[in-house]
Design a protein around this ligand. Structure first.
Ligand code: FES
Ligand code: FES
Length: 167
């Protein structure tokens, strides 16, 4: 049996899970959370990025059995409980960022962690934070522009009385 806390909800997997099974496999195959993508399976592409206690992490390299006590956030948990999109998701739409889309969940998860740590990142900080997320469609310029837009949106929303945004 395996217990995982994902997107604020406890999941109990009754079936036997091999202790070496990567978190990515469990998310996709056991729990149906297929927003997190399998790219290389070897830690190179970033398509499988999730947050573990807020830190962007490649879920293909983490054993599910080792994160039983960890808060896991996947792309399915990036929007608010009320369904309101994360500012990055809104900016992604406005900038028409995705091409094939395959890398984009990982891009968004890395970008969300960046904005939480650095609310107004420079181009250089964006490039460093996003360097591990490969996009064979070459959407990097739009990714960067969308991150700047989301940062501006979050900043202006934060100045509205009572406004706040997690993730
Ligand atoms: S699938 Fe995990 S880094 Fe590529
Ligand atoms: S949008 Fe196609 S791989 Fe990034």
């Amino acid at each position: 049996m395996l217990r995982l806390k994902i997107n604020g909800r406890q999941h109990v997997l009754e079936e036997a899970i091999d202790p070496s099974t990567p978190l990515l496999w469990v998310l996709r195959d056991n729990l149906g959370l297929v927003g997190t993508k399998f790219g290389c399976g070897s830690g190179y592409c970033g398509a499988c990025t999730v947050h573990l206690n807020g830190t962007p992490t490649r879920s293909c390299l983490v054993r599910a059995a080792n994160v039983a006590d960890v808060e896991i956030t996947t792309i399915e948990g990036l929007a608010g409980d009320d369904g309101r999109l994360h500012p990055l998701q809104q900016a992604w739409i406005e900038h028409d960022v995705p091409q094939c889309g395959y890398c984009q969940a990982g891009q968004l998860m890395s970008a969300a962690a960046l904005l939480r740590a650095t609310p107004q990142p420079t181009d250089a900080q964006i490039d460093v934070a996003m360097a591990g997320n490969l996009c064979r469609c070459g959407t990097y310029q739009r990714v960067r522009a969308a991150i700047h837009s989301a940062a501006e949106r979050s900043s202006s929303e934060a100045q509205e009385p009572g406004a706040s945004r997690g993730n």
